[in-house]
Each structure stands twice: as C-alpha cells, then as structure tokens.
Ligand binder design. Structure first.
Ligand code: ATP
Ligand code: MG
Length: 659
C-alpha cells in the first residue's frame, strides 16, 4: 500500500503532500489541476521514469517547476508498506543533470543510494519492473485500452514479454540456431566420413599387421640364429683359450723334460768321468791289497803285537839297568859291608862286583840300543801300515761309490731315453693341437662372417619393421579420427534430436504457461465483468488466442471482438482486462492506478462503476488510485479524496484540498 507522497517543485506542485489509505483513493479536479502529475510522481519515485519520460516526450528538466516560479531542482518522496515493512524512496532531479540523487530505506535503514540501485531494489521488493508496472498497475490517461491499442499480431509478443515468456522464445531461437549449426557440422562430418571410407582403413591395418607379424617371426628366427652363432663363437674362443693353456702346458713340460735331459746328461758325464778315475783307484787298491795282504786288520794287529812285545822287552831292560845302577851306587857308597847280605866284603870283591856289574850294565845298554832301533823301525813300519790300511779303507768307500755310479749311469741313461721319447711325443701333441687350432680358426672365421650377415639382415629387418610400425600408427590414428568422426556425427545427431525435443518442450511450456495465464485472466475478468457491466446484452468477457490475442464479449448472438462494440463497452472491457492483468501479474501487490477511466462512459455506466468502486473493488484490489474530474464519483470513494485546484489564468500552483 502506498501511504504517502510528497512532491516538491514537481511540475505545478510546489510542495504537495498526500496520504493514502486502503481501498479507493481519489484525486478529483479540473483539467490541468495537477492530478496526473501526482501519479507520474509515484511511477517516477518507484522506477525513475514514466511513459512520457521513457518515450522522450518529456525531458527530465520539464519535470522541475517552471511556472509560476522557476526552480533548479525537484524531489519526490514516496512511502509504501508491503508485508508489514515500511519503505521510503526519495529521488531528486536537477536541471541539466537528470536524476542527481536517490535513496531507498527499509524500516528507516538505508538500502541503496544511487538511482539505478534504488530502481533495482524497488523491482526486487515489488517483484515487478517498470514495464510490468506500466501495463499491469498504472493505467495512464487515455491508455486504458492500452492492450487494444497494440496492433494485432504484436499483442502476443507484448504479453509474452510481460509474462517473461519471451525468454522461452529466445531460448528456442538459440536452440534452433545451435541445432542448425550442429546439423551443418554433422553434414560436413558425414561428407568427410564418406571420403575417409574410401581409404579402407581396416583392411589396410589388417594387411599391415599381418605383415608386421610375419616380419616379427622372421626377426625372432634370425635372433635365435644369431644367439646360436654367438654361443658357438664363444665356445670356440673358450676352446682356444683352453687349447692355448694346454699347449703352454705341453711346452712347459717339453722345456722341463729338455732341462731334465741336459741335467741327466751332465750327471752321466760326470759319473762317467768319475768312473774312469775309479779305474786307477782300483789298480792302486789291488796293489795295496797285495802289499797288506788279504786281511789288513790282522797284519796291523800282528805288527802292533810284536811292537808291544819289543817295548815290554825294552822296559824290562830299562828296569834291569836302573837296578844295576842303584846296586852300583850302593856298592860304591857301602864300604865294608855287603849292601845285600850285610856280610863283610873286601875291597877286591867289591871291585870285582862293581866291574862285574858294570859289564852287565854295558851288555844291557847294548841290547837296549839295538832294541830301541828295532822299536823305532817297527814304529815307523806300523805307522806306514796304518796309513795304507786307512788308504785302503778310503779306496774301499770310493770303490763302493763308483759301483753306485755305474748303476746310476745306467738308470739315468734309461731316463734320458724315456724323456727323449716323451719330448718327441709332446712335440707331436703340440703340433697336433696347433693343427687343430688352425682348423678351428677357419671355422670361427666362417661363423663370424655368418653372424655378421645375420646381424645385417636383422638390422635391415628392424628398420623395415619400424617403418611399417610407423605407417601402422599413422593409419590407426587416421582410423581413430575416422571413428571419432563417426562418433561425433552420432553425438551431433543426438544433440539435434535433444534440441528438437528441447524446442518442442519450450514451445509446449510456453503454450501451457500462456494457457494458464489466459485461464487466470479469463477467470478474473468474468468475475469483474459481472460487477462492472450494468447492461444485460454482454454476458461474458474473454481473451483468447486467434493467431494473436483478442478480447471478446459474449453478446446475444455470440462472441464479438471488442473492436466492434461501442466506446463505452470497450472502456469497461478494457477496465476489466486491466484489473485482471493487475491481479494476474502482481497477485501480491494488488494496486491499480486508473487515470480517467470513465471518460467514455454514460451516466448510467459511471454510476454503476461508482457502485462497483464502493461495494466491490475492495474485495478485488487492495488499493486503487482513481483520477477523475467527475465530481459525482466522490460519493463512491472509500479511501482518501483529494480535490486539486489551480488558478490556471495566473499560472498558479496546485492547491490540494482534503475533503
Ligand atoms: N514544469 C512545469 N512547471 C509548471 N507547470 C507545469 C510544468 N509542466 C506541466 N505544467 C502544468 O501542470 C499542469 C498539470 O498537468 P496534469 O497533467 O497534472 O493535469 P491534470 O490535472 O491531469 O489535467 P487533465 O485532467 O487535463 O488531465 C498542466 O496545466 C501543465 O501545463
Ligand atoms: Mg491528467
């Protein structure tokens, strides 16, 4: 509900303030008193425009008071209540600047401050934009039959846009254009598919794959052969190494044997020489033996025995001599008594005894001299014998060694012979091995050549296989592209089908919504019509689609288009349509502004209309603003009534009288 409006410097209003209530509010006054200006101010406050401004018939500057005073700016303040909340809108226009400021408050709280923002907020709160407001709420002066003034064929479009059904239209157009574009693309792809079909991808891929497979098998075979050859090569090389080791071993053995032979030969030579020398020793031995006797030990023992006897003899002579010497000394020193028998002895006897004894001693000394010579001779001879026996012993040992040599020589000569034979055998073996190696080398060379050949073949095969694989890859890529194209065409087909369905659904929805809307409008109109129309000739009213929307009244002879009925009938039909539109489009708002709705009506109809305003309107619409110069209608007004006056001769300002 719009509760209050304040106009400052607004056209002929210098400072007008009007309060409104529920029900029908009326502005009554003569022509040019400033009634319409108040309604324009309501529209301007809410949406920043009204039809004169939006159609550029009126400039913003023309809204600012020019007479009787010229003002630089003008402002409108509007207050309305919706769902229990109070909203205040204020807009100011300045000369040459258009709308210079605007604001909207909800319960005193500022919501927006710029003109467009305020319009946006109002549209959000009222759930209605200016277009809808103009068509559903604000029936401007002389535009009551606004709907009928739209040329036939354009009405559908206008209503659709009010119902926002034009969006479906736009969506449909967009969908059709997309569909056409996709269909075109599909056609193009189909052409490409036809061209690509000629290239017989599958067949070529199959051929190429089987060829690659064949080459793969050949490759495996060659690889196997190469491996086998490599193994054989390795085997031969290993044999070479082994053989080399064997030959080296043989050579070492030959060298060892030759060394041994040389050693043996030297040894034999030495022994032979020694043996030769042995001959002389043997002769010497024989001679010695002859001189010593067969048993040299016995001869030696005999000589020693005889020497011993002689020595014993000598010692006994020596003892005798010392006995005689001692007896002599005793005799010479004894005087008259015998030293032995103590008997008296004469000088002569003593002399005789002394000379006797001296003669005895001389004989002993002679014997001893002779014996000593024999002993020393015997000693010499024994010594020589001992030497000879010793020599014989040595020769004996040497002789045994020589005997050993003779055995050894024979032994070693046998070994030399054996070794020589062995060397010959080993040399033969070396030769054989070397011959074998020569043969193997030749075989190895052949294998190496063969391996190289296989390798070259394998390489060229691999190169070709690579080429074929590249070709295959390329072909498959092309094939995939082809398949992708096929898939794409299917997708395109699906899309165009969906688009068709979508378009169909859109059209259907649009038709259904339109139908719903028409049903609602027709229902409201039928209710309103019974209230509004005072005569009995037209019993019903309806709007229907016949190529475009038409408004019809049901007369005694059936439905007739409103264009064919009288101006008054037409006005009431238009009013019924207005009310129905207002309720159908803005069911939560239920406002209606009617500027001079009765100007085509006769007295009867005006009075009937007055009755409707008074008795019925409140049930249908919450708040009506009625502008009229029909003073008599004031009797039917249920809300505020303002009488507007103005001294037109003096270019006076609008004066408001509350009745
Ligand atoms: N900028 C302005 N300054 C002063 N007066 C103006 C200005 N613009 C328009 N007017 C005058 O304001 C008057 C009010 O016009 P308005 O349309 O509100 O009258 P009305 O009461 O609706 O008349 P009618 O019944 O003929 O439709 C007109 O006489 C017009 O000449
Ligand atoms: Mg007017």
């Amino acid at each position: 509900m719009i509760t209050r409006i304040k106009l400052r410097n607004w056209k002929s209003h210098l400072d007008s303030e009007l309060s409104f209530s529920k029900g029908v509010n009326a502005l009554i006054g003569i022509m040019g008193s400033g009634k319409t200006s108040v309604m324009q101010a309501i529209a301007f406050a809410l949406f920043g425009t009204f039809s004169g401004v939006s159609s550029r018939r009126i400039a913003i500057d023309d809204l600012i008071m020019k007479k009787p005073q010229e003002k630089g700016e003008s402002s409108i303040e509007l207050e309305f209540v919706l769902d229990g909340r109070k909203y205040e809108v204020k807009r100011t226009v300045e000369k040459g600047k258009g709308t210079s400021s605007a604001e909207i408050r909800e319960e005193g709280k500022l919501l927006e401050v710029n003109p467009q923002g305020v319009t946006r907020e109002v549209s959000r709160i009222l759930q209605m934009d200016y277009d809808l407001f103009q068509r559903a709420v604000y029936s401007e002066q002389n535009a009551m039959d606004y709907f009928l003034q739209i040329p036939k064929g354009k009405r559908m479009q206008q209503i659709d846009s009010m119902l926002k059904l034009d969006r479906y239209e736009k969506a449909r157009e967009a969908a059709v254009s997309i569909k056409n574009r996709i269909a075109e693309r599909r056609k193009e792809k189909l052409r490409m598919i036809e061209d690509l079909k000629e290239r017989k991808f599958e067949e070529r891929i199959r051929d190429l794959e089987s060829e690659i497979k064949k080459r793969g098998r050949e490759r495996e075979r060659l690889k196997g052969e190469r491996e086998r050859l490599a193994k054989r090569m390795e085997l031969i090389e290993r044999k070479f190494e082994k053989r080399e080791d064997v030959v080296d071993d043989l050579r070492n053995r030959i060298a060892d044997l030759n060394g041994r032979i040389i050693y043996l030969q030297n040894d034999i030579k030495e022994r032979k020489e020694r043996f030769k020398k042995g001959e002389e020793i043997r002769a010497k031995f024989r001679k010695l033996k002859r001189s010593i006797g067969e048993k040299p030990e016995d001869s030696l023992r005999e000589s020693e025995k005889s020497l011993e006897g002689r020595r014993k003899e000598y010692y006994s002579l020596e003892t005798m001599k010392s006995e005689i010497l001692r007896s002599l000394e005793e005799l010479e020193s004894a005087g008259e008594r015998c030293p032995v028998c103590e008997s008296k002895i004469t000088r002569e006897k003593r002399g005789t005894l002394i000379s006797h004894r001296k003669a005895h001693m001389e004989g002993i000394e002679k014997k001893m001299g002779k014996l000593s010579k024999v002993i020393s001779k015997d000693e010499k001879e024994l010594e020589a014998l001992k030497e000879r026996v010793e020599l014989l012993r040595e020769i004996e040992i040497e002789r045994e060694g020589i005997e050993e040599d003779r055995k050894k020589i024979a032994e070693k000569e046998r070994e030399v012979k054996y070794s020589r034979k062995k060397v010959t055998h080993l040399v033969e073996l070396v030769r054989k091995r070397e011959a074998e190696e020569k043969g193997s080398r030749k075989a190895l060379q052949e294998i190496v050549a063969k391996e190289r050949e296989v390798k070259t073949k394998l390489e060229s095969l691999e190169e070709i296989t690579q080429e074929k694989n590249d070709m295959l890859k390329e072909l498959k890529e092309e094939r995939d592209m082809f398949l992708e194209y096929v898939e794409e065409t299917k997708t395109y087909e699906r899309i165009t089908d969906s688009m068709d369905s979508f378009v169909f659904v859109l059209r259907n929805t649009q038709d259904q919504l339109r139908d719903e809307f028409l049903k609602t409008v027709n229902y409201i109109m039928s209710q309103v019509w019974n209230e509004l129309y005072p005569y009995g000739d037209f019993s019903e009213i309806r709007i229907l689609v016949e190529k475009d929307y038409v408004l019809q009244l049901k007369g005694t002879r059936g439905w007739v288009n409103v264009d064919l009925v009288s101006g008054g009938e037409r006005s009431l039909a238009s009013l019924a349509l207005r009310i129905a539109f207002s309720l159908a489009f803005t069911p939560n708002l239920r406002w209606l502004i009617l500027d001079e709705p009765t100007h085509n009506l006769d007295v009867n109809a005006i009075e009937h209309f007055g009755g409707v305003l008074r008795d019925r309107m409140e049930n249908i619409i919450d708040q009506v603003f009625l502008i009229t110069h029909e003073e008599r209608l004031s009797d039917y007004i249920t809300g505020s009534i303002y009488k507007l006056e103005r001294d037109k001769k003096m270019d006076g300002i609008t004066k408001i009288i509350v009745s």
